[in-house]
Each structure stands twice: as structure tokens, then as C-alpha cells.
Design a protein around this ligand. Structure first.
Ligand code: C5P
Length: 218
């Protein structure tokens, strides 16, 4: 009898993009298909965990046995995560959260004032950093972060891991994995960088769940 790797544990994940309103019909968003986060939710469930997925808008079906809650904005995602964080054993932040939201959201649809001119001016303010906040919780879950970079992966990813104060950060190069069904992940922990074999996102997710289970302090 082989016990399941995450049996008895509650895994909380974020996935997909957030969308920040500009006016009632327009949003600013991040490019994220949600494929990696959904694959991880599925793999965590297969490993025996109870799984809560807080998700921005995606076109993906919710994996069987996973409890999903849909949100739109970073602040909604923040509130939904905080409501579950104290009860979670492991938090995996995969979502591409918008770093800023529009400060001066218009209550009416912005209109073109004249042909070719009159572009609106937007003011921004920072969104809460969900992962950093969960990582600071006393008796909070064991945290895993993600970083999609466009260059200098090792440098940026390790700096991010330390800045967020988390034991494990998973890095990838955006141009290699965005929208794709395959991925190439590198794990960064206290011991250094550990590349995982490149391949299908579900296979990579199962492998990553095994790596998380091996590191999770029992
Ligand atoms: O440094 P950066 O914020 O880009 O780090 C990315 C990691 O932090 C990802 O795991 C992402 O899900 C998480 N994050 C978050 N809330 C934010 C921004 C990023 O949880 N506002």
C-alpha cells in the first residue's frame, strides 16, 4: 500500500490572470491561460489533497474533485485567498496577478473625444501582494511562488524567492511556456537551482507536486 503524497493536507492555489477595470466595459489584464495552475490543482487532488483553487478568468474546466472560486480583480483574489489561508497547509501562488490597478476607474464608458486624439490618462495604484502577505502569516501555509521571467531567470527568481520570504520558488521563461501545453520549470530553494525535465504541463505538475511533498515539513 502506497499512501498518497498529500493525503490529509489542504492545498490552496491561485491560477489564471486578474483583470482590473478601466471603465464598465474595459479591463487591463495579464496574459495567463491558467494551464499550469489548473494542472497543479489536478495533480494535488490526485495526490490526495483537499484542493481549493482561486481562479481568474480562464477557458479551462475545473479539475474533478477541486473546489474552485472565480474572481476577477487582484483584490477579490486577495480576499478569497485570505479567507482560506489559515486553514491551508500549502499555498501555491501560480496566478499572474496585476501589480497595479487603475485608480481613477470611470463609472461611464470612456468616449473618444475627437478623431485620433483624446487618449485618456490613467492613474495607477499598487495591488496587494497576495503571496508575500500569506508568507508572513503566523502559522500560515507552506508557500510556493512562481516567476515568469523574460531574461536572467536564475538571478530574478532567486531574488524573488528571498524577497517574498518563501522556501520554494518555481521559475520559467515566459516566451517558452506562455499559452503552451508544455513547460520548462526550474525550482529555486535554499540549496540552489534544480531544473525539472521539460514536457507536458500535467506531467510537470505531477513532478512538481512530488517535489513539494518531499520538501513539505511533516
Ligand atoms: O515578484 P512577483 O510579484 O512577480 O512574484 C510572482 C509571484 O507572486 C507569483 O507566485 C504570483 O502568483 C505572486 N503574486 C501574488 N500577488 C501579487 C503579485 C504576485 O500573489 N500581487
Amino acid at each position: 500500500f502506497q499512501p498518497k503524497l498529500l493525503a490529509g493536507l489542504h492545498v490552496l492555489l491561485t491560477a489564471g490572470p486578474t483583470s482590473e477595470p478601466v471603465d464598465p466595459v474595459r479591463v487591463l489584464s495579464n496574459r495567463s491561460s491558467g494551464k499550469t495552475g489548473y494542472a497543479l490543482a489536478r495533480a494535488a487532488r490526485e495526490a490526495g489533497a483537499r484542493v481549493t483553487l482561486i481562479t481568474g478568468a480562464t477557458f479551462l474546466p475545473v479539475p474533478r474533485g477541486v473546489t474552485a472560486l472565480s474572481v476577477m480583480t487582484a483584490r477579490q483574489m486577495h480576499d478569497a485567498v485570505m479567507a482560506s489561508a489559515a486553514d491551508a497547509d500549502i499555498f501555491i501562488a501560480v496566478a499572474a496577478v496585476a501589480d497595479w490597478r487603475v485608480k481613477n476607474v470611470s463609472t461611464q464608458k470612456l468616449k473618444k473625444t475627437s478623431e485620433g486624439g483624446g487618449a485618456p490618462l490613467m492613474e495607477f495604484e499598487p495591488n496587494p501582494d497576495i503571496l508575500a502577505e500569506v508568507a508572513k502569516l503566523e502559522n500560515g501555509p507552506w508557500c510556493v511562488g512562481f516567476a515568469a521571467e523574460t531574461e536572467k531567470l536564475a538571478e530574478h527568481a532567486e531574488a524573488k524567492r528571498q524577497r517574498k520570504g518563501i522556501p520554494l520558488l518555481v521559475g520559467n521563461l515566459a516566451h517558452k511556456v506562455m499559452d503552451a501545453d508544455t513547460t520548462e520549470l526550474v525550482l529555486f530553494d535554499e540549496q540552489g537551482a534544480h531544473p525539472l525535465p521539460a514536457g507536458d504541463k500535467l506531467e510537470a505538475a505531477r513532478r512538481l507536486i512530488a517535489e513539494i511533498a518531499a520538501r513539505f515539513p511533516a
